[in-house]
Design a protein around this ligand. Structure first.
Ligand SMILES: Nc1ncnc2c1ncn2[C@@H]1O[C@H](COP(=O)(O)OP(=O)(O)OP(=O)(O)O)[C@@H](O)[C@H]1O
Ligand SMILES: [Mg+2]
Length: 273
């Protein structure tokens, strides 16, 4: 019997090495305020994210999604529990620039052209002289902006600006990309296109991605796993595997399997409200 293309690509070793853990979060709690007016934003959150994984995060507004990303990035003080990033503390990971952040707003410098915005992280800190950085021209080609290197931010659409922000985030070859509703402000068609592009970028770079969204289809389409958080206090509702094969194209959203995943996520989200 002829082998399928996928079977031919299987490694000859019987079992692949298990992926290393990129981010390990154990019994994490975050409290804001003081003793008289304390607010628990996250309570007893535990999850392990393997290297190279794409994990999306869903949950009602205020359940602590951004706070969780910010804890990983060492931008929020942890009250209890621990986080390790490739076996190190978030502070050590931040100092060695293991991660990069992409926010809802691209926050480009308006007076610098596209190329110079992408190069910006190379001008600060230890990355200035680091030969391990990515080529900005290659990154711009990868996010579909070849030929727009000299454009200024105000000459770009919102989707293009977000692509510049993604290229800028990838310039130092971060091991982890933290994305907080990066496509939340875009129209649906642009968002769909960027979803497909992001999956391609992820597969080309092998970067571990933690991606916050309010969109159930986006969470299901992008994620290998969806981390669903519930509120009051913010905690894990479910860490769900999305059983849809890669590479994924937008057509997968018309399949019975995809609709089953989104229906399950919708039920979970309703339980969280
Ligand atoms: N620095 C802070 N000081 C006090 N409270 C904070 C701080 N940061 C966040 N919070 C509170 O913690 C809770 C979680 O906030 P967070 O921004 O993480 O929610 P979220 O899930 O990202 O919400 P959204 O979906 O609306 O972006 C909220 O009640 C918020 O008001
Ligand atoms: Mg948020």
């Amino acid at each position: 019997m002829a082998m399928s293309g996928a079977a031919k690509l299987m490694p000859s070793v019987p079992q692949a090495e298990p992926a290393a853990t990129a981010v390990s979060i154990q019994n994490l709690s975050v409290r804001f305020g003081d003793r008289n007016n304390e607010f628990t934003a996250l309570s007893d959150v535990s999850v392990d994210i393997p290297e190279g994984a794409f994990v999306t995060m869903l949950g009602p507004s205020g359940c602590g999604k951004s706070t969780l990303l910010r804890c990983v990035a060492d931008l929020v003080h942890i009250s209890d529990g621990s986080i390790s990033v490739f076996g190190r503390s978030p502070q050590e990971a931040r100092e060695s620039r293991d991660f990069a952040f992409v926010f809802q707003d691209a926050t480009l410098l308006p007076w610098r052209n596209v190329l110079d915005n992408v190069r910006l992280p190379l001008e600060v800190g230890k990355h200035a002289q680091n030969g391990n950085n990515a080529d900005p021209h290659e990154l711009l080609a990868m996010v579909g902006l070849k030929g727009r290197e000299n454009a200024l931010p105000h000459e770009l659409s919102g989707g293009m600006r977000q692509r510049v922000a993604i290229a800028r985030a990838l310039i130092t070859r971060p091991r982890i990309l933290l994305m907080d509703e990066p496509f939340g402000a875009l129209d649906e068609i642009t968002r769909d296109r960027l979803n497909e592009e992001l999956l391609r970028v992820w597969q080309e770079t092998g970067t571990t991605i933690l991606f916050v969204t309010h969109s159930i289809p986006e969470a299901a389409f992008l994620g290998q796993n969806v981390l669903m958080l519930q509120a009051h206090p913010g905690r894990v509702k479910e860490f769900m595997k999305v059983d849809l094969p890669f590479p994924r194209s937008l057509a997968v959203r018309d399949t019975v399997e995809f609709i089953g995943v989104t229906a399950h996520l919708r039920r979970l989200l309703e339980e969280c409200l």
